[in-house]
Ligand binder design. Structure first.
Ligand SMILES: Nc1ncnc2c1ncn2[C@@H]1O[C@H](COP(=O)(O)OP(=O)(O)OP(=O)(O)O)[C@@H](O)[C@H]1O
Ligand SMILES: [Mg+2]
Length: 469
């Protein structure tokens, strides 16, 4: 993590440094051109004006004659040294009034000899940065000498250097700001990331009840939300897993305890045929219970993991209801429960897995019978009708009903409410899963002491209406 922070900060500083250096270079070039160009233009103007003036008005004669006129009529520039040179480059006289044996050979002088006004920049004998501008002096169209203006560039360079230093100072300030900004920004990004790392490490160690703090409402904030949702979901499924395991253990322990108890009793009382017979009967019943439980569990896990392939076929719900009626009629008769089936006049076609849908009805009708039997005028009504593009099937009983608290949870696996007639509590959860696999749903409405209504809804298969006739 440290390296990300360093990288972020150095990126900011590098960008600032590059920008500052670029601006500094541009600034230095512009300001140099502005000041140096200004000095050069002024000096060229002066030289040209003076040379023109003297060429026009100075007395005829050689350069010595002209130089007297020149210095008598010249406004001596304070910042510039004015020299009059003969054709060999020797200084005839300068604005300080002295002559010199020094020979000038710079480019401006050479160009002036060929009739041009020219500029030269370089170092003087005293190692001073200077600029010189030379213009020819004519006598009757013949070049007889050169007028040369020499000015120091040191003050100009001083101004340029001062400006450049000032801009460099600004640059240092900008880079410092970039550094501080980079550190602040990196903290803004890194702190939430470190928080996420902390949370994921906790999750990796099995502590799912951890929540990441959301610092900002940005992309990392969204990631924090996602991680928090993930940990909540993991906690939920962990709880569900634990509940599931404890429910299964509980369900298995009851029949197994009974089987073991009866096996030991039979061992002790082998000579009593009545005890042995009852023991065998109970062991067989409990084993059946175990087989049903294990089958239900297998079914449920396959249904929930969508690992079950539905064998879909076209059939009429009316046909299925007749089948259900036949299957339960004997039991209804024994339990003194009246069962009525009410179907639509037309066939209600569906495309579904017949056996799975039958399993749904068996579970629900079994419940209705269990919890209605023994009541006066016990009745189960099963009906089906087509409503728009759906088939609605209702299984209604006038049995014990379900309390509002239980009603909220009856679809959960292993939830059985408080009745002593309850089984393993898997029937309705399996039924609900099967309905959802068919693109349908199961709704339950109930009033304690009055009865229960289970509504099954699933898509109606239009195309097969042709089979009606
Ligand atoms: N028609 C009903 N009348 C009253 N209570 C009902 C009815 N149907 C379901 N219940 C309540 O809902 C609980 C869950 O039903 P579910 O069918 O899932 O499990 P079960 O019947 O107890 O066991 P299983 O179906 O696995 O043998 C029941 O135990 C019962 O308390
Ligand atoms: Mg049941």
């Amino acid at each position: 993590m440290q390296s990300i922070r360093k990288r972020l900060v150095s990126n900011y500083v590098a960008i600032a440094l590059f920008t500052v250096l670029l601006l500094e270079c541009i600034f230095t070039i512009v300001i140099s051109q502005y000041y140096l160009g200004g000095v050069e233009r002024t000096l060229v103007n002066h030289t040209e004006t003076a040379a023109n003036f003297f060429n026009r008005y100075a007395d005829a004669g050689d350069i010595y004659t002209k130089s007297n006129y020149i210095f008598e009529n010249m406004d001596v520039e304070e910042n510039a040294l004015v020299e009059v040179l003969d054709l060999s480059g020797k200084v005839v006289i300068d604005s300080t009034g002295s002559a010199s044996d020094e020979i000038v050979t710079t480019g401006d002088f050479i160009q002036a000899l060929s009739g041009k006004v020219d500029t030269w920049k370089g170092r003087s004998e005293l190692d001073e940065l200077i600029i010189a501008v030379s213009a020819p002096i004519y006598d009757d169209n013949t070049i007889v000498g050169v007028l040369r203006y020499v000015s120091s560039l040191e003050p100009t360079y001083k101004i340029i250097v001062n400006y450049t230093l000032f801009v460099a100072l600004c640059g240092v300030f900008v880079i410092s700001v970039a550094y501080i900004f980079g550190r602040t920004m990196s903290l803004r990004i890194l702190v939430p990331i470190q928080e996420l790392v902390r949370v994921t490490e906790e999750v990796a160690q099995g502590n799912y009840k951890v929540t990441a703090i959301k610092y900002h409402n940005d992309e990392i904030g969204q990631l924090v939300d996602a991680v928090n949702i993930m940990t909540k979901e993991i906690t939920k499924s962990d709880q569900a897993k634990n509940e599931f395991i404890s429910s299964i253990s509980h369900e298995l322990r009851t029949p197994l305890t009974s089987i073991k108890g009866w096996a030991e009793t039979m061992q002790d009382l082998q000579d009593d045929p009545a005890v042995v017979e009852e023991g065998l009967h109970i062991i067989s019943k409990e084993t059946d219970r175990l087989i049903i439980l294990v089958n239900d569990l297998l079914d449920f896990s396959k249904l929930q993991g969508h690992r079950i392939a539905l064998k879909k076929e076209e059939f009429s719900i009316n046909h299925l209801l007749t089948d259900i009626h036949n299957q339960f009629s004997v039991r209804c008769h024994q339990e003194k429960v009246k069962m009525t089936i009410l179907t639509d006049n037309k066939e209600s076609w569906v495309i579904a897995d017949y056996n799975r849908l039958k399993q749904v009805f068996v579970n629900i009708v079994d419940n209705a019978l269990k919890f209605t039997a023994g009541k006066p005028r016990a009745e189960i009504k099963i009906s089906s009708q087509v409503l728009d593009d759906q088939i609605v099937m209702i299984i209604e009983d006038n049995g014990s009903g379900i309390s509002p608290e239980d009603l909220k949870r009856v679809k959960e696996k292993f939830y059985k409410g408080s009745s002593n007639k309850s089984g393993t509590g898997l029937g309705l959860s399996i039924a609900s899963e099967i309905m959802e696999l068919h693109g349908g749903k199961m709704l339950i409405d109930s009033a304690l002491g009055k009865g229960t209504k289970v509504v099954l809804v699933m898509p109606y298969y239009y195309d097969t209406q042709q089979f009606e006739n």
